[in-house]
Design a protein around this ligand. Structure first.
Ligand code: 9WN
Length: 458
């Protein structure tokens, strides 16, 4: 090996940060299942779609080959119609370990998953192209080049699915058809559209739930909402997963899904250039979506973007972290970007004030619930999106606050699924993979040598 002369030695990392890094790597290793990483062993024992994209960002720091295996495995479960399912079930896990398990999503249509692969039928936010590009940028070389060449056609078909089957032409935006598709499953942004879904078979569905065996009922959705989630699954399934948007009870334009798609279309354009494909259609889509988001989802009264119910046309009055994620868009109007930053640092989210990280919901809202799933707590996934968006917006000062807060939360409570933004208490599942992965991405510096001590484990 040639010695590199003239570079100053890397400054030694503080022992506390080193310990956090070690803990994060241990969690990734513990949750690795050979071809993917489970979000957390007991509560979520399968592969989740947007989790896998975030997990790949963590693996990119530790063992890039695993990042590619994780993304390739997920894209390998792509349906014939192009959709990327939100769960890929692990056949080695007991059928009743998670609800709704593989059996609940069947029968699968002819345009469903590849033979022998068991999946759900809904989707999650399309972070994947952006994650693939980030993994390649962090690990330049032939392995990443080959992975991008292999994955590009699948990523492009995934975006095509959203752009054809899910687009609501009146708005030029894509719709989600289940709250779980947003990734912010229990957000107050879905309360009104979800109220239109009857809560039937509440006791029966409550009996099937498995989440309450692993997390407190005070931190999870109610039985009534679970009954609504289950009915939406059954109706979509019984309609052959056909995306007849007008007939589906839940049909919402989510700012996070649309912002992530526009951002990922930008990433797909760069991947296309790298693999010698045409980047223009992806760039055009990114621009069109950015325009649609600004035109149809901006809520001046809330100083952030909001969800619009396609059936009623109503813009939902909830200020949520999802409404801040258009910070990711390089083409965002400067006045709207400044307004988002004011909202982020103002009383609703209090970044840099007494809140830790960016809470999932407005801290001034009367129905704020600091402990309950997506109705107040701080999550690593959405904080990472805002952190990335603040870099795009040129607000590195605030991006550093987000990273420092996440580090502080994890140092105090461990690698939990979510955190109380005021007390810092850890909530939901423990040893959470995306918390570990995104912490590795947000920790300043990059201490490769430290990670080498784990090398024999992969
Ligand atoms: C339903 C795995 C997933 C995340 C979601 C989060 C939660 C599932 C559940 O866990 O959702 O998909 O059973 O509650 O809300 O964002 O991808 O970590």
């Amino acid at each position: 090996m040639t010695a590199v002369v003239g570079l100053p030695p890397r400054p030694a990392e503080a022992p506390a940060a080193q310990e956090l890094r070690r803990t994060a790597v241990r969690t990734l290793l513990r949750n690795w299942r050979g071809r993917s990483t489970v979000p957390t062993a007991s509560l979520y024992p399968h592969q989740w779609s947007w989790d896998s994209a975030f997990n790949a960002l963590g693996w990119a720091h530790v063992a890039p080959r695993r990042a590619w295996i994780e993304l390739s495995g997920l894209l390998g479960a792509q349906w014939a119609d192009g959709r990327l399912p939100h769960i890929v079930f692990d056949p080695a896990v007991a059928e009743d370990a998670y609800f709704p398990g593989a059996w609940y999503w069947r029968p699968m249509p002819a345009a469903g998953p590849p033979p022998g692969v068991s999946t759900s039928g809904i989707v999650q936010p399309p972070v994947h192209a952006a994650a693939a590009l980030a993994v390649a940028r962090r690990n330049p070389g032939p392995e990443s080049d080959a992975a991008l060449r292999r994955l590009y056609p699948r990523l492009a078909r995934w975006h095509d699915y959203l752009w054809t089957r899910r687009v609501v032409s009146q708005y030029g935006l894509v719709a989600i058809v289940h709250p779980w598709e947003s990734g912010l499953d229990n957000s107050p942004a879905w309360d009104a559209p979800l109220r239109a879904v009857p809560a039937v078979d509440v006791a029966e569905v409550a009996g099937l739930r498995r989440d309450l065996r692993h997390a407190s009922s005070a931190h999870r959705p109610t039985d009534e909402d679970y009954a609504r989630y289950a009915l939406l699954v059954r109706e979509y399934r019984d309609g052959g997963y056909l995306d007849r948007l007008g007939d589906l009870r839940f049909c919402v334009l989510d700012p996070l899904t649309n912002a992530v798609l526009a951002w990922a279309d930008g990433a797909l354009a760069e991947i296309a250039e790298r693999v010698g494909a045409d980047a223009r259609p992806h760039r055009d889509r990114a621009r069109l979506l950015t325009e649609g988001i600004q035109e149809h989802l901006w809520s001046p009264e809330h100083g952030c973007f909001a969800a619009r119910d396609v059936h009623t046309g109503v813009l939902q009055p909830a200020r949520t972290v999802g409404g801040l994620t258009p910070l990711l868009l390089p083409g965002l109007d400067a006045a709207l970007r400044d307004a988002l930053v004011s909202t982020l640092t103002g009383p609703a989210f209090r970044l840099g004030g007494d809140a830790r990280g960016v809470p999932s919901y407005d801290l001034t809202a009367p129905d704020l619930d600091l402990g309950r799933y997506w109705r107040g707590p701080t999550w690593a996934s959405t904080n990472w999106l805002v952190w990335t968006g603040l870099h795009t917006a040129g607000r590195l000062d605030l991006a550093d606050v987000v990273a420092a807060d996440m580090i502080e939360l994890v140092a105090g409570a461990g690698l939990r699924e979510y955190f109380d933004p005021i007390t810092g208490a850890g909530l939901g599942g423990a040893d959470f993979t995306w918390t570990a992965a995104l912490l590795l991405d947000m920790l300043p510096g990059h201490s490769v040598n430290l990670l080498s001590e784990f090398v024999d484990k992969w």
